[in-house]
Design a protein around this ligand. Sequence first.
Ligand code: ADP
Length: 574
Amino acid sequence: MATDLATRKVDGSALAGRALAAAGARHMFGVVGIPVTSLASRAAAAGVRFLAFRNEQSAGYAAAAYGFLTGGPGLLLTVSGPGCVHGLAGLSHATANAWPLLMISGSCSQPDAGKGDFQELDQIAATKPFVKLAIKATTIADIPRLVFHALAATVAGRPGGCYLDIPSDVLHQTLTESEAAALIDAAAADSAKSDFSPPKHISLDEGIQKAAELLRHAERPLIVVGKGAAYAKAEEAIQKLVDTTGIPFLPTPMGKGVVPDTHPLSATAARSLAIGQCDVALVIGARLNWLLHFGEPPKWSKDVKFILVDVCEEEVELRKPHIGLVGDAKRVTELINREIKDQPFCLARSHPWVEAITKKAKDNVLKMDAQLAKDVVPFNFLTPMRIIRDAILAKGSPAPIVVSEGANTMDVGRAVLVQNEPRTRLDAGTWGTMGVGLGFCIAAAVAEPDRLVVAVEGDSGFGFSAMEVETLVRYQLPVVVIVFNNNGVYGGDRRSPDEITGPYKDDPAPTSFVPAAAYHKMMEAFGGKGYLVETPDELKSALSESFHARKPAVINVIIDPYAGAESGRMQHKN
Ligand code: ADP
């Protein structure tokens, strides 16, 4: 046996697969081909399930969402050159959203680099703008150390994308079983020694005291909950903070569910009032970027004092808040809770600020409910969204994971769909990336196998990665994809007459698709279940059957092409 280990050979692909397994990886998303096909099956043999996609772009989005949902890095495997370029979509998306992802790509053989080799590309240079770390294994012995190092770097500080390049000659090099085991052991031991824990701010203690003081004396305090808080699994601490202080909270789109949407202190339906009039805002795991109107007037009051909780020191420095608390959202919120416990305070429900928020929210909910109560046929966006909301709520706990993209579909879905559990909403995110939907669905289904996954997609968003319905069927994942089909981007052809001139005036509008496209048949083509629905009863029956079956399904919902607005709520930017 000992002699066997001393002589039996392990190649670079097997070594990479084993190193990934030893570092704790459980799933990898990607597309195989030269030179990484063997790496995928070797990794699977070592215990890392490989989810084979139809395009690296979707696989990359899957790996990004997996990082957010699990808190561990998502893994993306691509071939060289064009595969790596397709993978950049997911890699950059992960970094933009501060989610951990490691992309591993094969690359051309080192001795042939510079000669125009098959799929040759300087992949380190190509990935560098989008990552925290881009490294290359130049010999097989590098692999275990770099795998451990790159995985750890994805979650260190602000989470994000990292890249590991393994040239094809390195994948084919060999060493013995005992050398392989020793290298993996050494890499694991080294990695255990490195400290990737969130930075400890020197003045955190003092900052916590000041933050608690500021909240205690605020007249109109607000807690903003971002997806960084969801990632940090800070739900228990934040719910406690809201409950003990009585301060209203406002989630960002993917911060929804950290505190249940149905909580009486939710300011979601009174968003403009809450951000426009609060005097102190405790922002936990959310950037003051475009999604939060940069934290500036006119949306925010010019005198608002921000307390910013973020794991990233540069982020806090950039925004120059009144108080910056650099650290993990869960840990910092627990410290604030502890500080408040010594001198507790709680805004009564009759406090003028709380009353103003809850009254405004109630009024707005009543207005929305009146709209939602109508059964409008042909469907607008609201009627089917209400039916979907009710079907999702009827599932109870564990709540389904909702994936959402599209302009109007995502906007309306964010307002109507209810998130009562953390990390149950995945959408276009910080970059407003369309095409993420199917990849997100696959990641959600493998990361959270007990939950149903329900995608509510515009037809345009769905089209970016629709071929992945085959992937859903191949792995028999419990995913129901609902397509809001309104014939194109924003609803097909909405050009004014002066736009329909010139030599190509008979071409279809840039925004339009084939009308009433049979998207459900794409799913049927692979053996999944397809539904075409045009009425409330048809939709209810399709949802009931597909939610119960927990099998891949596409529900093609025909929407009035004149419903909804161009660019959804982003018209000022179009
Ligand atoms: P949202 O889109 O919900 O507004 P953003 O993506 O803008 O959220 O911001 C999320 C923030 O959370 C990022 O600035 C990121 O650095 C931060 N973050 C990530 N992980 C943690 C963590 N564990 N604790 C605190 N902040 C975190």
